[in-house]
Design a protein around this ligand. Structure first.
Ligand code: ATP
Ligand code: MG
Length: 344
C-alpha cells in the first residue's frame, strides 16, 4: 500500500540547542518543507524521561519552538507543536509498550549511555522512550523522519514496531478494510556531511546538550565572540588539511570541522577540501568562524527576539497542537477498532 508522504521529527526541550541539533536535524527540517508536508514537534514528554525542573521546562519548550521558527520553519504551512498537548502520543505509546518486546529495548544503546552505571535508578520512561518515539511518528502514519545518526537505532525499532503491529493485528486490519498494512515503515533521512557532529573538545564524542564543558559545543544562541573562541580552541592535530576525504579517515577532529563547514555552507566535504586542502588549521578555522557567525548569528538573534514574546510562541503551539490532534485522533480511533477496544 502507498502511504502519502509525510515528514515527522522532534527535538527535546532539554537544554541548550547546539550546532549538532541544527545541522543533523533542524536545518534538514527547513529544507524538507519545500517537498513535503511536515510535522515538527517539541518532544516534552521525552524530556521528562530525565529530571527537568518545572520552573525551567516552559522556557525550554518555548526556546526550541523559537529555534524552529528562527531557522525558517513555517508554522502556518506546516505543523509545529509540543507533544504533551496531543495526548494521543502517549495513548499510542501504551499500545506499543504492549507490541514491542523487552529484548528489543534491551538492545538500545541510547538507554545504556544515558542510564550509565546506575541503571536500577533510571526512569521506566527512559527505558520505554523508543516506544513513545515510534508512537510520535506513527500516530501521523508519517513516512519520512529526518534525524541525526544517533537516532538510527530508534528508527529501526519504530519500523519493527510498525511491522509487528501490522502482523499481529493483520486479520483485524484486513477485516476493517485497511488493506494489508495499517502503519507505514517510516524511512530515516540521515543524510549530508554532518549527521553526527562531534564535540569540539573530543572528536570521538557526540556534541551534546549535556556535556559539562560549554567549549564542547556551539550553542545556537552563542554570540560571535563565543563562536570565535570555541572554534579557535577546538581540538585539532598539527598537520595541514588533507587534499581529499580519504585523508580525514584517521583524523576525527579534522573530519568533524570539515563536515561542519560543508554542512553550514551546503557543500560537500570533497568540495571544501578542494578549497582548503593543504591549508593550516589557523586559516581554515578563521574561515569557519566567519561562516558560523554568518549562518548562526541571524538564527540566534531571531531566537532571542522570539522568546521575548511567549504569548506568540504559545499561540503557535496551540494552533499546531489542534491541527496535529485532528490527525492523531483519527489514527487512534482506527487503532482502537483494530485492537478491539469498545469506544463511544
Ligand atoms: P539529549 O542529550 O537531551 O538527548 P540531544 O542533543 O541528543 O539532547 P535531541 O533532542 O535528543 O538532542 O535530538 C534532536 C535531534 O538532533 C535528533 O534528530 C538528533 O539525532 C539530532 N542530534 C543530536 N545531537 C546531534 C549531533 N551531535 N549531530 C547531529 N545530530 C544530532
Ligand atoms: Mg538525544
Amino acid at each position: 500500500m502507498a502511504f502519502k508522504h509525510l515528514v515527522f521529527s522532534g527535538v527535546q526541550p532539554t537544554g541548550n540547542l547546539h550546532l549538532g541539533n541544527y545541522l543533523g536535524a533542524i536545518k534538514r527540517f527547513v529544507e524538507l518543507q519545500q517537498s513535503h508536508d511536515c510535522i515538527y514537534c517539541v518532544v516534552d514528554l521525552h524530556a521528562i524521561t530525565t529530571w527537568q525542573d518545572p520552573a525551567e521546562l516552559p522556557r525550554a519548550i518555548r526556546e526550541v519552538t523559537a529555534a524552529f521558527i528562527a531557522a525558517g520553519i513555517d508554522p502556518k504551512t506546516h505543523i509545529v507543536f509540543n507533544q504533551s498537548q496531543v495526548a494521543e502520543h502517549a495513548e499510542l505509546a501504551w499500545v506499543f509498550n504492549c507490541v514491542a518486546r523487552m529484548g528489543w529495548l534491551n538492545r538500545m544503546t541510547q538507554f545504556k549511555e544515558k542510564a550509565g552505571k546506575d541503571r536500577e535508578n533510571a526512569s521506566v520512561g527512559l527505558f520505554a522512550y523508543p516506544n513513545l518515539m515510534a508512537a510520535d511518528i506513527l500516530v501521523y502514519r508519517a513516512t519520512h523522519v529526518p534525524v541525526g545518526d544517533d537516532q538510527k537505532q530508534h528508527l529501526e525499532l519504530s519500523r519493527d514496531i510498525a511491522q509487528k503491529f501490522n502482523n499481529d493485528f493483520g486479520d483485524s486490519i484486513r477485516n476493517r478494510g485497511f488493506g494489508d498494512v495499517f502503519f507505514p515503515q517510516p524511512e530515516p533521512l540521515i543524510q549530508g556531511p554532518a549527521t553526527r557532529v562531534m564535540s569540539l573538545r573530543d572528536g570521538t564524542k557526540k556534541m551534546s546538550k549535556s556535556d559539562p564543558s560549554d567549549y564542547s559545543r556551539i550553542n545556537l544562541t552563542d554570540d560571535a565572540d563565543a563562536i570565535a573562541q570555541k572554534v579557535r580552541k577546538a581540538k585539532t592535530d598539527p598537520n595541514p588539511l588533507p587534499p581529499d576525504e580519504t585523508g580525514l579517515e584517521t583524523r576525527p577532529e579534522a573530519d568533524n570541522l570539515v563536515g561542519i563547514f560543508a554542512a553550514l555552507a551546503s557543500r560537500t566535504k570533497a568540495d571544501v577540501l578542494g578549497e582548503f586542502g593543504g591549508a593550516q588549521f589557523s586559516n581554515f578555522k578563521s574561515a569557519l568562524v566567519d561562516l558560523s557567525v554568518d549562518k548562526l548569528g541571524p538564527i540566534g538573534g531571531e531566537m532571542k527576539r522570539l522568546v521575548q514574546d511567549p504569548a506568540y510562541i504559545d499561540s503557535v503551539l496551540a494552533d499546531g497542537s489542534a491541527r496535529a490532534q485532528a490527525i492523531a485522533a483519527e489514527t487512534m480511533r482506527y487503532v482502537k477498532d483494530i485492537v478491539g477496544f469498545v469506544r463511544r
